[in-house]
Design a protein around this ligand. Structure first.
Ligand SMILES: [Zn+2]
Length: 476
């Protein structure tokens, strides 16, 4: 946005006026805040409202007490006398993103270990426009729950969080940081304990047995919460019939089409991958699976950027990513990229395209598609940056930019049951807004040009948030 006065001055005045208002900014976030005014009006904006419809030009949005107080054409909305007036010509706003497969951890190099990124991840997510997030599985659930509380209290910057408990995982998992739940009773007790500690949702993982998954689903639902899964020993159709709420990653991880798949056994990854690549999405098997997910209201979470990072030659190597990484994380990522190029089993664009086609087919059938970053894999999908890349990849998949933004905002809000509060730009809703320079409908890569992120009406400076995490990704 283009303030009438030099930006730094406007930001300074904004902080001064806010500190005299009823909601003082806590010291933990104050240094990142550019706009903390009790009331602010931004004029002449392009608005992509999160519902999937075409953008509206020359709009004014008035933010008061953390909510959208007025919205409409700049010719019709009066700027209140007590509101800071900012000219937004040239900028586009869309709803704060709802990232549904986020993590507070990141690969540490040694294959089965991940370092918790309680410092860098929340600020990078927020800087990139994520104002609400679900962790898609936790390796340090106490840390995640405490980070959620620190963000809520204003002690640190970050998105609002739905904090998943520890992975609901069976024996034989690849990470030594995960539980090994052998029986349905193990699964039930784990859910019950972590609900008591503050977890707000759960994620089932690859080696969980059918019976333990069934018990976990039942227990999670008994507490009025939701459970997602990245499954392997159990196929998508089976999981939908058991009542799971959400499946992560999409078709590329569905094991049910692997020839000879045995109950409760995660099949060989190569055989499973080949079966999925050979699957005819218009054929009866794939159509039946998609129909079952839609009929059972099972959402799917798109994580295209973590898949793309594994494909030789993609994604573009962004300097900002390497700057955010610790030297060791950068070395490890670049080495992984080189190894992938040399590998005889290297991932192909056709493999990624299969997932994109599945996601389109799922939505066309009426499925609720969500999206998230999943900062795991080879380390190429960084918190926040990976979400922006995911928006670009959803457009590459064939969704319109407006649909891609809806997948990343209103759809996530609907899944979380928060669609009355967040997920689209409307009067009365929370002022969770992403400001970008340019027009993502014309150039989706403009989603990388974030100028401000408003969360609950407080406008954060993404450059300051990113600079504060310089070199930190991979360490903490
Ligand atoms: Zn994940």
């Amino acid at each position: 946005m283009r303030p009438p006065a030099p930006l730094a001055l406007v930001a300074l005045l904004a902080i001064a006026s806010f500190s005299s208002a009823q909601n003082p900014l806590t010291p933990g976030i104050q240094s990142f805040v550019s706009f903390g005014d009790p009331a602010i009006a931004i004029t002449h904006l392009r608005i992509i409202d999160g519902t999937g419809t075409a953008p509206k030009e020359d709009q004014t949005v008035v933010i008061r007490a953390g909510r959208i107080a007025a919205l409409g054409t700049s010719a019709t909305v009066t700027v209140p006398a007590d509101a800071r007036n900012v000219n937004g010509t040239g900028d586009t706003i869309y709803p704060g993103l709802v990232g549904m497969h986020q993590h507070l951890f990141y690969p540490s190099g040694g294959i089965p270990m991940y370092n918790e990124q309680a410092f860098s991840a929340p600020r990078l997510y927020l800087a990139c426009g994520i104002t609400t997030m679900r962790t898609g599985g936790s390796l340090e659930p106490y840390t995640d729950i405490n980070v959620k509380r620190l963000i809520e209290s204003g002690a640190i910057p970050g998105p609002d969080m739905d904090a998943t408990g520890p992975y609901i995982q069976g024996p034989g998992g690849f990470s030594i940081q995960m539980p090994v739940l052998k029986t349905p009773e193990d699964a039930r007790k784990t859910v019950e304990y972590w609900v008591s500690q503050g977890s707000t949702s759960f994620k089932a993982y690859m080696n969980i047995s059918h019976d333990a998954l069934a018990a976990a689903i039942q227990e999670v639902h008994r507490h009025g919460m939701k459970i997602t899964g990245h499954l392997c020993s159990v196929g998508f159709t089976e999981a939908a019939e058991l009542g799971i709420d959400n499946l992560e990653h999409g078709l590329l991880v569905d094991s049910e089409f692997t020839p000879g798949k045995q109950r409760d056994i995660c099949p060989d990854a190569r055989a499973s991958g080949a079966a999925v690549e050979a699957l005819d999405l218009k054929g009866p098997e794939a159509q039946r699976m998609i129909r079952t997910l839609v009929d059972h209201h099972v959402a799917v979470t798109s994580t295209l950027s973590v898949f793309e990072a594994m494909i030789p030659g993609r994604p573009p190597l962004e300097p900002r990513m390497l700057e955010a990484m610790s030297p060791e994380a950068a070395r490890s990522y670049l080495a992984a990229k080189e190894r992938a190029s040399a590998s005889p089993n290297r991932r192909t664009v056709a493999w990624l395209k299969k997932e994109m086609d599945f996601e389109r087919a799922f939505v066309k059938t009426g499925g609720l598609l969500l999206a998230g970053c999943d900062p795991t894999g080879n380390g190429g999908a960084l918190p926040g940056f990976g979400d922006q890349r995911n928006l670009e990849l959803l457009v590459e998949a064939g969704f319109t930019p407006e649909e891609a933004i809806r997948i990343y905002s209103l759809n996530g809000a609907q899944y979380l049951g928060l669609e009355k509060e967040i997920g689209s730009i409307a009067v009365g809703k929370r002022a969770d807004l992403v400001f970008v320079e340019g027009n993502p409908v014309a150039h989706i890569s403009d989603v990388e040009k974030v100028t401000f992120v408003f969360k609950r009406g407080v406008g954060y400076d993404p450059a300051k948030l990113i600079a504060s995490a310089d070199g930190a990704v991979g360490i903490h």
